[in-house]
Design a protein around this ligand. Structure first.
Ligand code: AMP
Ligand code: ZN
Length: 148
């Protein structure tokens, strides 16, 4: 388990203090917001390092990494490290801003000086297949319009 996991930290704390109190621990466990810990989510696993990926940039609140099935010569995904099913669930304006900065930083790092396209497939009609918010960043070829 990653060392910054709050539940792990709580276990460690109570264990090392030598007064493990199951009631206190369970209270902490059930009252803590667990919505961002999605054990079976592919992109959560990439974000917490348990699933291998070709990481481009790793930041506190987001990462960018290569898409496993690129549809352009350059194809990356920018994701929040915290789980959101889709764009519809994201409300924090600071995180919005950080993700867009993540796009620009990744584009700059990968020398997409001729331009690029970002895509956020959302929901069934949007063609979203992985239920963890992600921004596609496509580049190194001229894009067509309209998209399919
Ligand atoms: P979407 O269809 O918009 O939900 O996009 C999901 C994207 O995730 C697709 O482009 C997949 O190729 C990509 N993908 C799926 N599994 C992985 C993985 N393990 N590592 C990197 N990209 C992945
Ligand atoms: Zn997730």
């Amino acid at each position: 388990m990653p060392p910054n996991n709050p539940i792990f930290a709580a276990e460690q704390y109570y264990f090392f203090q030598g007064h493990f109190d199951i009631k206190k621990f369970l209270k902490l466990y059930v009252t803590y917001d667990l919505s961002h810990l999605m054990e079976n989510c592919l992109f959560c696993s990439i974000a917490n390092g348990t699933l291998e990926s070709k990481i481009i940039i790793k930041e506190k609140n987001w990462i960018s990494f290569w898409d496993a099935n690129p549809v352009a010569p350059f194809h990356a995904l920018i994701i929040p490290n915290r789980h959101y099913n889709s764009l519809n669930e994201l409300e924090d304006p600071e995180l919005y801003s950080e993700l867009i900065q993540g796009v620009k930083k990744t584009a700059q790092k990968e020398n997409l000086e001729n331009g690029y396209r970002i895509v956020i497939n959302t929901g069934t009609d949007g063609g979203q297949t992985v239920s963890h918010l992600h921004i596609h960043l496509l580049g190194k070829r001229k894009m067509g319009w309209p998209p399919g």
